[in-house]
Design a protein around this ligand. Structure first.
Ligand code: SF4
Length: 420
């Protein structure tokens, strides 16, 4: 079990949209950001609904212009999730967003640094008990002209590290900015220190976590398309979270933000940091023993079960019986494929043997039946009734491995369903 670093807790939201706690003993929160214009009220509301349905705990919106903060007045009453206003360049946008009823503000020390302006935002948040995230992201806070000064202050501390000068700039900038908050007796602060470089992300958050007890918002910024950004994000974020560092996450993709939410949740489920919602699907990678179209089957099973099943039922889709029973150990529902057939097990008990075209509907029906039993208290997740007895490769699955072994046929495709 992961021992999480204890941080000061902040609360985001209100009675109407619900509250989300960040830090302390709260589960790691998942956030994302809308991709469209905030001032396009209807599409913005529709996107927020979609992201809430995907499982986002918080949704951030950009407010570059006055018309965006004006739109918040119409957007916020229509949504059921805490909204964070992402403010750049104009501290007035922060004040307008607060006035419009936003639940949290994100400020960037790189472009809103005037002490008086920051103090105005702090006081407005204090009055409404709103937290503020300080984002010292590499791209926006790096003041290269200040490099000498920063290095003099902290450079020695990080001189042995690959990203020494970035760390020195991030930490000294953060310390200076936090002073404004502390001077105003304001502590409901969340910190982020994002970079597109995963190793800098790890180093920066590790250093920050040693120095401050504010909750940390983890992320890799402008990570790229989902295909590569998933690895770029999950490697450093997974490392930090497994080390107990991180209280809220955003995975950033150049893609539909609903994938950011789905993948962030999957990462947290894998680390045991969030209770899984919906099916936990495992599947074999396939190999030369495969005799059904497993890739299509797995995708179909995934999408059908995501719609139909709420409970975290563990489902195993295995291409054959060679390693299947061992690899499906612990699954509530399992299917082992044979030659264009599949045998389905529930809690270790064999319940069906069907041709390939019926595997999906039978598996779905068995999952629904099992879920109903769990809900009624008749069955328990993760509990087997009997140990899986592997099917007979010829009689039941027609997979014919024994015929190959005995030299009766050369290849699996020489066999027909049922053996002969
Ligand atoms: S379960 Fe069977 S088909 Fe799938 S990878 Fe393992 S041995 Fe190959």
């Amino acid at each position: 079990m992961i021992q999480r670093r204890k941080t000061r807790q902040v609360t985001v939201g209100d009675e109407r949209v619900g509250t989300v706690r960040i830090g302390g003993d709260a589960p790691v929160a998942v956030q994302t950001m809308t991709s469209g214009y905030t001032h396009a009220v209807d599409t913005c509301v529709a996107e927020i609904h979609k992201l809430t349905a995907a499982g986002a705990d918080l949704v951030r919106v950009a407010v570059p212009e006055r018309k965006d903060t004006e739109a918040l007045k119409e957007i916020i009453p229509q949504v059921q999730v805490p909204i964070v206003a992402d403010v750049h360049f104009h501290f007035q946008r922060a004040l307008e967003a607060i006035e419009a009823g936003v639940h949290k503000i994100r400020l960037n020390p790189g472009n809103i640094s005037d002490r008086n302006q920051v103090t105005e935002v702090i006081n407005a948040c204090k009055e409404r008990k709103l937290p503020i995230r300080i984002g010292v992201n590499e791209g926006s806070i790096i003041e290269r002209k200040d490099k000498q000064k920063r290095m003099k202050e902290l450079g020695g501390v990080f001189s042995n590290q690959k990203h020494g000068h970035f760390l020195a700039i991030m930490i000294t900038k953060l310390e200076e900015y936090l002073d404004i908050f502390y001077d105003n007796d304001f502590y409901d602060v969340v910190i982020s220190a994002k970079s597109p470089d995963p190793t800098l992300v790890i180093d920066a958050y590790m250093e920050i976590s040693k120095r401050f007890d504010h909750p940390l918002h983890l992320g890799v910024t402008h990570a790229g398309p989902r295909e590569t950004a998933m690895i770029r994000s999950c490697v450093p974020l997974g490392h930090l979270l497994a080390s107990g560092v991180g209280d809220t996450v955003r995975i950033s993709y150049a893609s539909d933000p609903k994938f950011e939410v789905e993948d962030a949740l999957e990462m947290l489920y894998c680390l045991g940091l969030r209770e899984r919602k919906g099916v936990d699907l495992i599947a074999c990678p396939t190999c030369g023993r495969i005799q059904v179209d497993l890739y299509t089957l797995v995708q179909d099973v995934r999408s059908k079960l995501a719609e139909a099943i709420e409970l975290p039922i563990k489902v195993a889709v295995m291409g054959c019986i060679v390693n299947g029973p061992g690899e499906a150990e612990g699954a509530d529902v399992a299917i082992f494929a044979g030659d264009r057939r599949g045998i389905i097990y529930v809690q270790g008990e064999r319940v069906a043997n069907v041709p390939e075209e019926q595997i999906l509907e039978t598996l779905l029906a068995e999952c629904k039946k099992f879920e109903a039993k769990v809900k009624s208290g008749e069955a328990k997740l993760g509990e087997k009734i009997v140990e899986i007895a592997p099917p007979d490769p010829i009689g039941e699955l027609g997979s014919g491995f024994d015929k190959i072994a005995s030299g009766q046929v050369d290849k699996l495709t020489d066999l027909t369903v049922g053996g002969e």
